[in-house]
Design a protein around this ligand. Structure first.
Ligand code: ISE
Length: 333
């Protein structure tokens, strides 16, 4: 069976997913692509063969030749589009964040539970990165005893000029929040947020530093710095009772010259997490065929957005904020 996929959004993520789905993922065909700028959708469609194009995302969702949908349009559009997919019972892989507020995420959770079927996957691709997966199984096996500290670094080379300090928490650090929840298998109970001075490259926003504590007492610190200039640099180090482990940096080659040994960094997440995106998409397509669910659920989308919102409160108040989250409904076990 071939799953016919419609991709909403023909920007960096949408185009990347559409091309990867059509050239590297088994069991699917991209039959449609939508973008408010239909010319942009057409230019991606030309590279795919014969996908139909739409300027209206709802028309794509309703199209009979679309069985499942990838939502990679601007963040505020995620909520209505995912709800529409749920209404029609079509599986949807929605880029992070699931929605821009936790209230909207919760509406999606409630709609999915009423539909009675797990149809939503959130594009937290790190859950498919071999490094994070290996770290998770070492934690689950208690290879080095119980986890104590998780140090996370998230640096982008550059960010759009409109990126704010708030967006660094809601849009960038949210990856670290989900990754930590995934690795440690528990929720946070409190959060503190500090920021460094602004850098000369971006005087209008401040690099963020979050410190959170989990229910069992693990401390997680997150540096989120989107103007690092030198490249895309994501790191994680976990300290446990009898050992520590960190993500190995992935490089195809090492270079030698001018008295130095060098390893190049990726420019952005598309390169660094290329493998994770491929594994995420293949797992999604396979799960649709087999009738299962993989990756981050709508509940994970809600929990990470709620935690990010509370980190934002901590940033605004400069106080420690308590995180009280309802327990996860059995539907998401
Ligand atoms: C972007 O939306 C992403 O998801 C990237 O993974 C992250 O590194 C970047 O900071 C975000 O803006």
């Amino acid at each position: 069976m071939t799953t016919r996929i419609g991709v909403i959004g023909a920007g960096v993520m949408g185009a990347g997913h559409a091309l990867m789905l059509s050239s590297q993922i088994a069991g699917c065909q991209v039959t449609a692509i939508a973008d408010a700028d239909e010319a942009r959708a057409r230019s991606v469609a030309q590279k795919l063969g014969d996908a139909r194009t739409f300027s209206n995302a709802h028309a794509l969702i309703h199209n009979d030749e679309v069985d499942a949908i990838v939502v990679a349009s601007p963040d505020p559009t995620h909520h209505p589009l995912v709800l529409e997919c749920l209404r029609l019972g079509k599986p949807v892989l929605c880029e992070k964040p699931l929605a821009v507020t936790s209230r909207e995420c919760l509406e999606i959770v409630e709609a999915e539970m009423s539909a009675g079927k797990r149809l939503v996957q959130v594009g937290f691709m790190r859950r498919f990165d071999p490094g994070y997966e290996a770290m998770k199984s070492a934690i689950d096996d208690r290879r080095h005893g119980l986890p104590l500290f998780l140090h996370c670094i998230h640096r982008n080379a550059v960010a759009a000029s409109y990126t704010t300090s708030e967006a660094i928490i809601l849009n960038t650090a949210v990856h670290e929040l989900d990754a930590a929840r995934y690795l440690l298998g528990e929720e946070f109970v409190n959060a503190t947020a500090r920021s460094s001075r602004a850098t000369s490259a971006a005087p209008g926003r401040r690099p963020q530093f979050l410190l959170l504590e989990t229910a069992s007492g693990v401390l997680v610190d997150i540096e989120a710095f989107v103007d690092a200039q030198y490249g895309y640099d994501v790191r994680a180090e976990l300290v446990c009772e009898t050992g520590a482990m960190s993500l190995a940096q992935t490089h195809a080659i090492q270079t030698y010259g001018a008295g130095t040994i060098g390893k190049s960094l990726y420019g952005d997440w598309m390169g660094r997490f290329d493998d994770a995106y491929r594994r995420e998409l293949q797992a999604w397509v396979t799960a649709i065929r087999m009738g299962g669910h993989v990756g981050a659920s709508a509940w994970d989308g809600y929990a990470s957005t709620l935690t990010a919102e509370l980190c934002l409160d901590a940033f605004k108040s400069q106080r420690m904020v308590r995180i009280d989250m309802d327990s996860r409904p059995a539907f998401y076990d």
